[in-house]
Design a protein around this ligand. Sequence first.
Ligand code: GLN
Length: 250
Amino acid sequence: MKKLIAVLLVVVMIAGILAGCGAKKSGGTLTMGTNAEFPPYEYYEGDKIVGIDAEIAAAIADKLGMELKIEDMAFDAIIPAITSGKIDMGMAGMTVTDERKQSVDFSDSYATGVQAVIVAENSAITSVDDLSAGGLTIGVQSSTTGDLYMTWDLEDPGLATVQRYNKGADAVQALVTGKVDCVVIDNEPAKAFVEANPGLKILPTAYTEEDYAIAFAKGNTELQTKVNEALKELIADGTVAKIIDKYIGG
Ligand code: GLN
């Protein structure tokens, strides 16, 4: 009996070791920081983070033989988490800007976005030019490019007031309840939020066009180069387009 138990124990141990090896990828862990409040790029489906960025990151990790780990955090916590080494890269529908380039390095761009304006269906705001008419309160997601442009272009010169929210969805709720006159946010989340909230629409003219890219710690050229190579292959073989199509549609 004792012998049988000993044999069983060994079998269980070997199985455990094998299972462990199977799960662990040889290239180590690739930790990505994101803000999973940004559909269709990253959002929760149950307790799993899904979306365009999550899938492209998984394909990159796969190519590099690494295990992808996604950490959800506030959007404005992503760059500090990169610079402090808490995460390896940030992927969050993040726009490449000169200001951000002071603190992080970016990959090649893998998608584009535009800053869209969401208004109530019966709003007097009919074009982007109306935003500077004076006296408007504009809702944005804190620290995003929507926030930066509205602050620089409209709030600083005294043309409008900017209300900052932690989540895009909270800014949209403020619009629904009439606390703000419009919301400036990336067009794909804008579409998802408008779909989820009857009575809203997106203005036909967008505020600006931007490039999304993955952010790394300054000087981490090793990872930046590897990711760029993987990204290039995934763009060339149509994987990236397929993932974007799956979530956005052609
Ligand atoms: N593209 C915008 C930015 O980089 C918003 C990104 C986001 O909210 N996840 O600021």
